[in-house]
Design a protein around this ligand. Structure first.
Ligand SMILES: [Zn+2]
Ligand SMILES: [Zn+2]
Ligand SMILES: [Zn+2]
Length: 347
C-alpha cells in the first residue's frame, strides 16, 4: 500500500499533504473559467488622477531621464510611468503627529493599526502585467518598491513592510488595473516572524544562512525551475499552493534595500519569464505574491529576502481552514518540471 506524503515547510511548522499518489497535472487547471472584474471607470487609468488621493511618489519621463516627484493637494501629475497613492480605505493609517510605542501598543494583544497602506500603479496601461509588460517598465516597478520600502522602513512605528500583488478577481484584485500594494505594520506578522526566528536559530547553530543552504540544495534538485547569474527559482518542498514558486537572489541580502543596481534588471527578467510561463501553462490563473524581507539590522546576517508566488488554483475548505494544514494536488516536482520546461522554451 502506498501513501501520499505529509511534508513540513523548511522553517515553519506548517504541513501539507502532497498528493504524490493521484496527483494532478497543471493542464487539469487550465480549463477553469476565470472571473472578470466589472468594467467601469478605472480610477487608476491616466486621466482619472483626480479620483484618487494625491500621489506620494510619481515617476515621470523627462526627455531621456526619469524624474521622481509627488502630487500636491491641488495638483496631480499627468504622463506618469509609475504612481503610488494612499489607499482610499486603508487597513493601517499613519499618525497625524508623533506617536510613541506606548501609544501604539495598548496591551500584549491590542495594537493600534498605525502604518501605511499604499497602492502602487505599475503602469499607465490598464492591462499591463509582469508576464507581458516591458522590462524597462518592470524595472520602474521594482525601483518604486525599493523607494517606498526605503522611505517607509525609516519610520519609527514601522516594524514590517509588506509588498504584495493580487491578480484576478478570485485572488482579491477588486481593481483590474495593474497594481501592487504596500502595507506597513507596527509588528512583524506571523509567517515572517516565524521565518526570522527559525533562520536566527539556524544561524546560531551553524553560523550560516539557512536560505543560502536551501538555495544550494534546490538548485540541484527536482524542484529547480530557473537559474541565471543573479537569481534562482524553485518550487518549495512543501508548497501549499499548486504551481507555487519562490524567487531568491543568489547574493545574501536581508531585504530589497541591499539589492545592487545590477540585480534589478535580472530580477525583472526573472519575474517576467516565470509569470509568462505560469500564464501559459495554467491559463492566466489568479494569484497572489508577496516579498518576505527583514528591515531590522540584527536580522541582516541570517535573513535572506525572497519573493513567494501563490497561484490560486485550489479552494481551501474545512480541513485547511480548521487545521492550518493543507492538501496540494500538484506535487512541487510536477509544477517545477512544467515551469522549467516552459521557461527553457521561451529563453
Ligand atoms: Zn485602468
Ligand atoms: Zn542567505
Ligand atoms: Zn518566506
Amino acid at each position: 500500500m502506498s501513501f501520499n506524503e505529509f511534508r513540513k515547510d523548511y522553517l515553519l511548522d506548517r504541513w501539507v499533504v502532497i498528493a504524490t499518489e493521484r496527483g494532478r497535472r497543471p493542464t487539469d487547471f487550465a480549463k477553469q473559467e476565470r472571473q472578470q472584474s466589472k468594467a467601469g471607470v478605472c480610477p487608476l487609468c491616466p486621466g482619472n488622477e483626480h479620483m484618487t488621493p494625491p500621489a506620494v511618489l510619481v515617476y515621470l519621463q523627462s526627455g531621456k531621464r526619469m524624474k521622481k516627484d509627488k502630487d500636491t493637494n491641488d495638483h496631480r501629475h499627468k504622463n506618469w510611468l509609475i504612481r503610488v497613492i494612499p489607499n482610499l480605505y486603508p487597513a493601517f493609517s499613519p499618525p497625524k503627529d508623533k506617536i510613541s510605542k506606548k501609544q501604539i501598543v495598548k496591551t500584549e494583544n491590542l495594537f493600534l493599526a498605525v502604518g501605511h497602506h499604499e497602492v502602487l500603479v505599475e503602469s499607465p496601461a490598464h492591462d499591463d502585467h509582469p508576464a507581458n509588460t516591458s522590462i524597462p517598465q518592470l524595472v520602474h516597478v521594482l525601483n518604486a518598491y525599493v523607494d517606498r520600502l526605503r522611505e517607509l522602513s525609516k519610520k519609527p512605528y514601522v516594524q514590517y513592510v509588506s509588498i504584495f500583488r493580487n491578480h484576478g478577481l478570485e485572488a482579491g484584485a477588486s481593481l483590474s488595473h495593474a497594481h501592487s500594494q504596500i502595507i506597513t505594520t507596527p509588528r512583524v506578522p506571523g509567517i515572517v516572524k516565524e521565518e526570522v526566528a527559525a533562520s536566527k536559530k539556524f544561524w546560531k547553530q551553524n553560523r550560516k544562512c539557512v536560505f543560502c543552504d536551501i538555495i544550494e540544495k534546490e538548485r540541484n534538485g527536482p524542484r529547480f525551475i530557473l537559474e541565471n547569474p543573479k537569481f534562482v527559482v524553485f518550487a518549495p518542498y512543501a508548497s501549499i499552493n499548486p504551481m507555487e514558486f519562490w524567487i531568491f537572489p543568489k547574493k545574501h541580502e536581508p531585504s530589497l534595500l541591499e539589492m545592487s543596481p545590477s540585480e534589478v534588471k535580472p530580477l525583472a527578467e526573472t519575474m517576467k519569464t516565470c509569470f509568462r510561463s505560469l500564464k501559459t501553462l495554467v491559463n492566466d490563473p489568479p494569484y497572489n505574491f508577496g516579498f518576505h524581507l527583514a528591515i531590522n539590522k540584527e536580522a541582516a546576517a541570517y535573513y535572506h529576502w525572497h519573493l513567494e508566488v501563490y497561484p490560486r488554483l485550489a479552494i481551501w475548505a474545512g480541513f485547511e481552514k480548521s487545521t492550518g494544514a493543507y492538501i496540494n494536488t500538484i506535487t512541487p516536482e510536477t509544477a517545477a518540471e512544467s515551469l522549467r520546461t516552459d521557461v527553457n522554451k521561451s529563453q
